[in-house]
Ligand binder design. Sequence first.
Ligand code: GLU
Length: 473
Amino acid sequence: MSAEKPYSFFQSVEKSFDKAAKFTKWDNGILEQIKACNSVYRINFPLKRDDGTIEVMEAYRVQHSQHKSPCKGGIRFSDAVNQDEVMALAALMTYKCAIVNVPFGGAKGGIKINPRNYSVYELEKITRRYTSELVKKNFIGPGIDVPAPDYGTGEREMSWIVDTYTSLKPGEIDGAGCVTGKPVTQGGVRGRKEATGLGVFFGVREVCNMPDVMEKLGLPVGVAGKKVVVQGIGNVGYHCAKFFRENGAVVVAIAEHDGAVYNVNGLNEEELIQFRNKTGSIINFPGATTLLNTLDALELECDILIPAALENVINGDNAQKIKAKIIGEAANGPCTPEADDVFIQKGILCVPDMYLNAGGVTVSYFEWLKNLSHVRYGRLEKRFSENMNTHILGQIEELSGKRVSEQEREFILRGADEVDLVHSGLEETMIAATREIMHIWLSNPEIPDMRTAAYVSAINKVATTYVELGIFP
Ligand code: GLU
């Protein structure tokens, strides 16, 4: 990674925004309002550690935009957290939600800790205290601001948040909707855990199914047979690897913070995770070559590169060395604006974070709707569909005098479960967003890349909402 950065992460988001704003018709004041972070809440609070010492925690919640309520965005636990990073990530949430038509403003939270250095009990105390600080200032609630998992957090932390919130707000009927990414037993929705990775897969698959785009890249149509490198084997990276592999792609390398493993014939992410659980690291995974410098994995020969960890990993220093034809940004902000310039020059297609990794927040939206409606998806219609399908199939068989196979029967008769509906809602969302952005990009030859087209889409949608709300009379 570059030692000196010419500008901060938030400035790099602003830079990409400005690049796209030129292709819109909005006047400068509206654009400035869209770009600005509306509220920044910085918190310090004490933690009494297991050994009795006191440590001061540094935490943030940033609400970038309230053009739609509530605001939405994850909470990350990482020792790289700072105000600028949280602001940048909150801004990306605004644009991401707009592109995929999820009716939320953007927000993000962060606590500056490396969770590996804290016990589970300490993490619970940190998460609960952070939540109560948000409650005190009205920075959390199903109609105000709804956090979710992000780097370094998951279902466990979301359970602590919902429990703290609901105990501080007894009787609030929609309290479960104060946070998403909860375990299913705590009001979560089936399909949320794999949502970001699955959304990345659906988005990249849609691009790979576009014959004109593939022809320009010199690649055959379709995902099957393509060589994929995944950086990061957290929840997002793991599910990306899984869905690409299950759909016929070959995952040739997987990288983690302490090294990468490579096998030209393909890796199985599940076996790799089992190995890491046993040994504490993915390095020396049997049957694969280990690369001790994890950044080397980004420069491997492959068709699709999926950075699924942190921001700024592909920058002015290493972009020239990238050999992938397609980059699917599963992480938030993995490529810098300098890298984007190199991609344009080298003809690499970068499928941008701000919509490609929107699967997480899309399914969070489904979870929030489930919490507000207090009913599981599919509960009302599953049995009805099964009865109706049985009836239709019976009529067809009677009239045709033929019977379908047992396997087909099972497939046709089945009514949708919650997870089927969530996956199908996600698939539809990602396909529609990919087509919309491609359409914007391809219909204006001046727009240099897909990221700029995605920003154009986001700016138009947010600006339209502001104007329709009468905020700019
Ligand atoms: N942290 C995820 C993201 O960056 C999910 C946010 C959410 O579900 O609200 O998109």
